[in-house]
Ligand binder design. Structure first.
Ligand code: PMP
Length: 462
């Protein structure tokens, strides 16, 4: 066999890929017909594929490459750490400098008294940890039955059995999850799709109060925690009405329920604040983090834990939980370097004060397009709802996602990665995107929307 490299013809790489590689969240047989797009390099916000195309990555990979591609400082940090101490564990009363330094840095950046970190390799593992933390905490407190966790439909909390059970994605429900008992789902605050005749504010309150109704029905002595993303990401960048989070906070406080904020997407500047909870002014007891922590340069996630929960668990003997790669030194060194760059280059402040408002104005102007109903954005995570009729917020006659997929295909052809969630198009670009690159993003999005409109008119869907 030839040496497999960037120089191999695309078709040969694709054939080997489909022969041996099972892709996540992919219809394998479909992919085998077309072959995967093969990404060979990236710099800033731009990907290069094996055919030499340059593509603007308005998704920052999977919502994670916050500082953009091609930062050699992170590669250097990884190389230095690999040479010094490539691996050692943090079990059995040992520690190492990168994990100590990263934990102190995270305690400094995190809100309130989230001063403690339990590390994982990913966001899914972090949420598995969160299930263990909540149940162990209440058991130590003498309330072992306070073990139900309330989550939301259309939430995404990962793909492990724990994360998948917490999540509420319909597409995952008949494929082996939910399997963890004691998880209860309430409705999401998606006003565009589910708000009916209510104002967004009324609807936000109504959806928040489902949490209270569920607690009263199940019993506050049985409900241990509520978990939610500040802004649902994979669910379609659903930005809740302004009334939602204050009411959720009131309900958690009044009923003595732990609040878990899943910050895997919202964390590390995505909302123009360090964390989504800073943006909404809420006070979680636990936060799941991953993705932007290392800007995706190394796999690392974790749980940020408040003083009360961490100290309660620390007093109760061994916490029999952990991963071989909890606090991996190379991943910690890369995350630290990423955070250093984010702070020194004022990347979060820049999103809040400069590029974020610029993108928001351009993004919201997309509502002038005949296909676009609402256009919503917080910091650098945004979505547009495609609709055949804006006033009634109508859905297309075709299966949900048909038009979204058509639009995504047009975007790719026009050199833009935008993702579709049903018939919503979503963006989450690297936080370092410049104003000129934002102009290009919007131009390519508009062209793709025009072409999608033409196509669906021709197909009788509009
Ligand atoms: N929580 C949220 C909110 C996420 O968006 C994701 C990933 N998209 C996860 C958890 C799971 O993270 P990972 O894929 O790193 O396991």
């Amino acid at each position: 066999m030839n040496v497999i490299s960037n120089h191999m013809p695309t078709a040969e790489l694709q054939a080997l890929d489909t022969a041996h590689h099972m892709h996540p969240f992919t219809a394998g047989a479909e992919l085998a017909k077309t072959g995967a797009r093969i990404i060979t390099g990236a710099n800033g916000v731009t990907l290069t594929d094996s055919e030499g195309h340059q593509i603007l990555d308005a998704m920052a990979g999977l919502w994670c490459v916050n500082i953009g591609y091609g930062r050699h400082e992170l590669a250097d940090a990884a190389a230095r750490q690999m040479k010094e101490l490539p691996y050692y564990n943090t079990f059995f009363q040992t520690s190492h400098v990168p994990v100590i330094a990263l934990s102190a840095k995270l305690a400094e950046l995190a809100p309130n008294d989230l001063n403690h970190v339990f590390y994982a390799g990913s966001g899914s593992e972090a949420n598995d940890t969160n299930i263990r933390l909540v149940r162990h905490y209440w058991a130590i407190k003498g309330q072992p039955n306070k073990n139900i966790i309330i989550s939301r439909k259309n939430a995404y909390h990962g793909s492990t059995l724990g994360g998948g059970s917490l999540g509420g994605m319909s597409g995952m429900q008949n494929q082996g999850v939910p399997v963890i008992p004691g998880i209860h789902h309430i409705d999401q605050p998606d006003w565009w799709s589910e708000g009916g005749d209510k104002t967004p504010e009324e609807f936000g309150l109504e959806r928040a109060r489902q949490l209270e109704a569920a607690i009263l029905e199940l019993g506050a002595d049985r409900v241990g925690a509520f978990i939610a993303e500040p802004v649902q990401g994979a669910g379609g960048v659903i930005i809740p009405p302004s009334t939602y989070w204050p009411e959720i906070q009131r309900i958690c406080d009044e009923h003595g329920i732990l609040l878990i904020a899943d910050e895997v997407i919202c964390g590390f500047g995505r909302t123009g604040h360090w964390f989504g909870t800073d943006y909404y002014g809420i006070r979680p007891h636990i936060m799941a983090i991953a993705k932007g922590l290392s800007s995706g340069y190394a796999p690392i996630g974790g749980s940020l834990v408040c003083d009360d929960v961490a100290e309660t668990i620390a007093q109760a003997g061994d916490f029999n939980h952990g991963y071989t790669y909890s606090g991996h030194p190379v991943a910690c060194a890369v995350a630290l370097e990423n955070l250093r760059i984010m702070q020194e280059e004022k990347i979060v402040e820049n999103v809040a004060q400069d590029t974020g408002p610029y993108l928001k104005a351009k993004w919201e102007s997309l509502t002038a397009h005949p296909l676009v109903g609402e256009a919503k954005i917080v910091g650098m995570m945004g979505s547009i709802a495609l609709t055949p009729h804006k006033e009634s917020r109508a859905k297309f006659a075709a299966d949900a996602g048909t038009v979204g997929l058509a639009c995504r295909t047009r975007c790719f052809a026009n050199g833009l990665v935008m993702r579709h969630v049903g018939d919503r198009m979503v963006i989450s670009p690297p936080l370092v995107i410049t104003k000129a690159e934002i102009d290009t993003l919007i131009e390519r999005a508009l062209l793709s929307l025009d072409e999608t409109l033409e196509q669906i008119k021709a197909e009788g869907l509009y």
